[in-house]
Write a protein that binds this ligand. Structure first.
Ligand SMILES: NC(=O)c1ccc[n+]([C@@H]2O[C@H](COP(=O)([O-])OP(=O)(O)OC[C@H]3O[C@@H](n4cnc5c(N)ncnc54)[C@H](O)[C@@H]3O)[C@@H](O)[C@H]2O)c1
Length: 429
């Protein structure tokens, strides 16, 4: 029995649904006249690989391995790792007895990883690289788990949407690290909202207000590229600014509950205490979802202030407080598995691949990322920014606004870092 199918794009092998049944198990099933349920219990194996072996990448890899405990008979094998710094790729690979020859380093490491026979690629670099890595993975016929956010500028977000369409056409699974969509208490609220428990959402507020993150200073002996990769949470070109990098989670909940992204954004922000890079310390944005629906978004990374990471929505017949509960009509939700959402997102992806009903979250996460980018463009410029300026109005100054250095620039020497502490001045840019 044919166990693998050739992928026409890359020549790599992909396990087909039929291939997930071992030959022996399949033959036994056929002889016994049993259904595919038997096959579903057979031993199944998928090859996985990780691009971006930092904190979250190692976490996601562990979560993905843990997911196999909840999927009958599934085995995962780590076949490659890639990181900007080769020793990080080797350190992660070493934890899974992966040979150092399969641990790739540098700006082109992802290409070597995609040349292996991997089935599912996990991506957890800084977000500026996601559009290029994701498009390449989909073109190579790989299923993808990708951390949020998935872009730092409008062309990047649109690239994710286009590659997501190709994934759908080619039957590839895509799940994003906007894990609230896999978290049982959020899914129950979403179910209730969708089924009218609070009536029509008319307004709300979403927050990610916390303390200062870590930062790194430049070593005089290191290249600008190494510095930017190490200090990525300080540079808008790498992270999108924290409105994109962190607050995307809460904006994603708003888009999910309301059912579509906003029409426009007008906001302000500023920088008060950062030392490196060029990000703001706080943003406050009015997102207009049309039809009189407005969501106030606020995010801050400043110590010593009151904080909170949550969402609130007011409906015509009730209200929700993020995962914290709902006041409104009682609607009994279906049963959602209460499990660590960082594990559940992998369970959902892997099960969807095994069932040959691949999930595809590319558009959702790209739109939530672009929502945050729209907010940032407004806080940096002081202008009202419309969704269509980023998605269809090609004469808009922001439609083709690609932040530099771009991901492609990092694949060759000569990256020049933007100067530290030179920031956007609203009203001028
Ligand atoms: N879903 C969540 O709750 C959650 C939590 C934390 C982080 N994240 C996201 O995960 C991503 C990574 O965050 P982190 O905290 O792990 O950062 P990190 O700095 O710990 O790790 C990033 C890793 O990517 C590597 N890298 C950078 N550019 C690369 C390239 N071009 N090719 C290969 N490797 C490259 C770096 O060397 C580093 O090892 C970010 O997008 C972040 O927003 C999500």
């Amino acid at each position: 029995m044919q166990n693998v199918q050739e992928n026409s794009h890359s020549g790599s092998t992909r396990i087909s649904r039929r291939g997930l049944m071992t030959s022996a198990a399949a033959a036994a099933a056929i002889l016994a006249g049993k259904s595919v349920i038997f096959a579903a219990q057979a031993k199944r194996k998928l090859k996985i690989a990780l691009i971006g072996c930092g904190g979250r990448g190692n976490g996601a890899l562990g979560n993905c391995m843990e997911a196999t405990k909840h999927i009958n008979g599934l085995e995962l094998e780590l076949v490659a790792t890639a990181d900007w710094f080769k020793q990080k790729a080797e350190s992660t690979g070493g934890k899974y007895q992966l040979d150092a020859s399969k641990c790739f380093g540098g700006g082109n490491a992802y290409k070597k990883l995609l040349d292996t026979n991997v089935d599912v690629v996990l991506m957890a670099t800084s977000p500026n690289f996601r559009p290029v890595h994701f498009e390449a993975a989909i073109k190579a016929g790989k299923h993808v788990f990708m951390e949020k956010p998935v872009a730092v500028d409008p062309p990047g977000a649109r690239k994710i949407i286009e590659a997501g369409k190709l994934a759908k056409k080619n039957g590839l699974g895509v799940v994003a690290g906007t894990q609230r969509r896999h978290q049982a208490n959020y899914r129950r609220i979403q179910y209730a909202v969708e089924n009218g428990a609070i009536g029509k959402i008319v307004g709300g507020c979403v927050w990610w207000c916390g303390g200062a993150l870590w930062y790194k200073t430049k070593d005089p002996n290191e290249s600008d590229a190494d510095y930017m990769v190490r200090n990525w949470v300080s540079f808008t070109e790498m992270s999108g600014d924290h409105i994109v990098e962190q607050h995307v989670h809460n904006l994603d909940v708003a888009n999910w509950h309301i059912g579509h992204p906003p029409d426009n954004a007008l906001g302000f922000g500023g920088r008060a205490r950062r030392k490196t890079g060029n990000q703001f310390d706080f943003h406050s944005v009015d997102f207009d979802y049309g039809d009189g629906v407005r969501i106030h978004s606020m995010c801050r990374q400043v110590n010593g202030c009151d904080g909170g990471v949550r969402e609130f929505f007011r409906g015509t017949e009730g209200q929700t407080m993020g995962e914290g509960g709902l006041k409104g009509r009682s609607i009994k939700p279906p049963s959602f598995t209460d499990r660590n959402a960082y594990v559940q997102e992998h369970v959902d992806l892997l099960e969807s691949i095994l069932k040959n009903e691949p999930l595809n979250e590319a558009r959702n996460v790209a739109e939530s990322t672009l929502t945050a980018i729209m907010g940032r463009i407004s806080t940096y410029t002081g202008k009202l920014v419309r969704w269509k300026d980023l998605t269809e109005n090609t004469s808009s100054p922001w439609y083709n606004m690609a932040l530099t250095p771009t991901a492609a620039d990092f694949e060759s020497p000569g990256v020049v870092a933007p100067p530290d502490d030179i920031v956007a001045i609203p009203g001028r840019d």
